[in-house]
Design a protein around this ligand. Structure first.
Ligand code: PLP
Length: 454
């Protein structure tokens, strides 16, 4: 299988090369040249474990590794790293309402599904090339800690994650600073998340530096992350009772960068019988507006109780746009350029029939946490809470739960007067945090990486 850029102006690459390059040279994102149709065995629960399902799926895309190598990579990613035997268990709340729990990985958020695999793919790349790499990223919370846990203690890679000092939750900070791994460098900066992102952009733009230290990114546009996320939609289907399958199932997905829901929609194009998806956003309702009106209008980012969805430009939307525009890479490039410059634009012939969308204010998030708790005796985190808004009772709803509630204890406590905990988070409280405070200047970060590179 080869992978093509959404902008059609770069050579097509095999899996390993597309994975390693992240962004295509023409600025586009990689997608499979064609989408294979998955066999029924993936839908019927015939595969014995999550890892074997993942192998049956990924072997269609990664034809660079031998099947044995790929299987070993996948086993390392999903065997013994998640704390539930089903890896992504489907819990029934009512006859027409299910929750797919995606928070059983090391950082208790769904990003572990992508980043556990990415960590092992990086390790494989380093062993193969003999060249060490340095991963640089900026985080406002979950991505950074999932990346860190995917790469902690791996040989030949050091990880530098910038975050705005004092502006991420204390537990999220502990997840990054208490790993006890010497290849991890969490860097709180004196500035905002945007400042952190600008520094990362500037350093990636410094091509000499980039080559000198083998700088790599670990962000939500990574091809392997998107593919890894399609797998659990099949896994959800395999666990869904027959009676619920017949009732027009909808996957309801708390959405920020559009990576998670895109993976589901792609699964739908590869044989997953569910064809309906619902986008749940917080007060940053740009995707809600887009999918209800076809209009992309970039505004300001507002902070909310569901911080991992506080975005304005949904980076993975470009992949969806590519299919919307029937693979016209030139038009994709033009529209994305306009979106990045903050234009207010109408997407031509925008067909969003497969999608519904909702948005929830902070007040509604708190109320939804309370309602779900009272009605089903089940605690949802603030991101997952958004997915419970305006559910259509006439069909089967499968809510993707993207984080464990114990990651957001204050919001939960405010809503229902219960303080959720998790042993993995309690354990962190006895460890000493290690981090490297820096000013919000690219120069300071460049020097720090040079002095501490792998
Ligand atoms: C990242 C994240 C999201 C948003 O996912 P996207 O793939 O960016 O749409 C939602 N909830 C949680 C808890 C997250 O960490």
């Amino acid at each position: 299988m080869k992978f093509q850029s959404t902008r059609n102006a770069s050579p097509n690459l095999g899996f390993r090369d597309a994975f390693a390059s992240g962004l295509a040279p023409d600025g586009g994102l990689y997608l499979p040249e064609s989408l294979p149709c998955m066999p029924d065995t993936l839908l019927n629960g015939d595969t014995s474990s999550y890892a074997s399902l993942a192998f049956e799926f990924l072997r269609h895309f990664d034809t660079d590794h031998s099947p044995e190598e790929l299987k070993a990579l996948i086993d390392r990613s999903y065997e013994g790293t998640f704390d539930d035997p089903a890896t992504a268990p489907l819990k029934k709340l009512a006859d027409n309402l299910f929750v797919l729990e995606l928070f059983h990985g090391p950082t208790l958020a769904f990003k572990d599904f992508g980043l556990q695999l990415v960590g092992n793919l990086f390790e494989d790349q380093i062993q193969r090339s003999g060249q060490s790499i340095n991963v640089l990223g900026a985080t406002s919370g979950d991505t950074g800690s999932a990346a860190i846990h995917g790469l902690a203690d791996k040989k030949g890679v050091n990880v530098f994650i910038l975050y705005p000092k004092g502006r991420i939750s204390p537990l999220q900070e502990r997840q990054m600073t208490c790993t006890e791994a010497d290849n991890i460098f969490p860097i709180p900066i004196e500035g905002s998340f945007d400042d952190a992102q600008l520094i990362v952009k500037e350093l990636f733009g410094d091509l000499e530096f980039k080559a000198q230290v083998g700088l790599s990114a670990i962000n939500s546009i990574n091809l392997a992350r998107v593919l890894a996320q399609s797998i659990y939609y099949f896994h959800a289907w395999a666990q869904l009772p027959q009676s619920a399958r017949a009732n027009d199932p909808t996957f309801v997905v708390p959405t920020g960068n559009f990576g998670n829901i895109l993976a589901g929609w792609l699964a739908g194009k590869m044989g997953l019988p569910a064809q309906h998806f619902s986008i749940a956003t917080n007060r940053n309702d740009i995707l809600y507006k887009l999918f209800t009106t076809g209009r992309y209008q970039v505004g300001e980012v507002h902070s909310s109780l569901a911080p991992s969805m506080d975005i304005q430009v949904a980076s993975n939307f470009e992949r969806f746009l590519f299919y919307q525009l029937n693979g016209d890479g030139k038009q994709v490039a033009e529209l994305m350029q306009n979106i990045k410059q903050g234009a207010d634009l109408q997407i031509p012939d925008f067909d969003c029939d497969s999608f519904a969308a909702t948005h929830s204010s902070d007040q509604e998030i708190t109320a939804l946490i309370r309602q779900v708790y009272e009605k089903y005796d089940y605690i949802v985190d603030p991101h997952t809470a958004c997915a419970f808004k305006d559910l259509d009772p006439s069909r089967t709803n499968i809510v993707l739960s993207t984080a464990h509630p114990a990651k957001f204890p204050d919001t939960i406590e405010q809503a229902i007067a219960v303080h959720p905990t998790h042993p993995a988070l309690e354990k962190l409280k006895s460890r000493t945090p290690v981090c490297y405070e820096k000013p919000a200047q690219a120069k300071a970060i460049r020097e720090f990486i040079l002095a501490n590179q792998a």
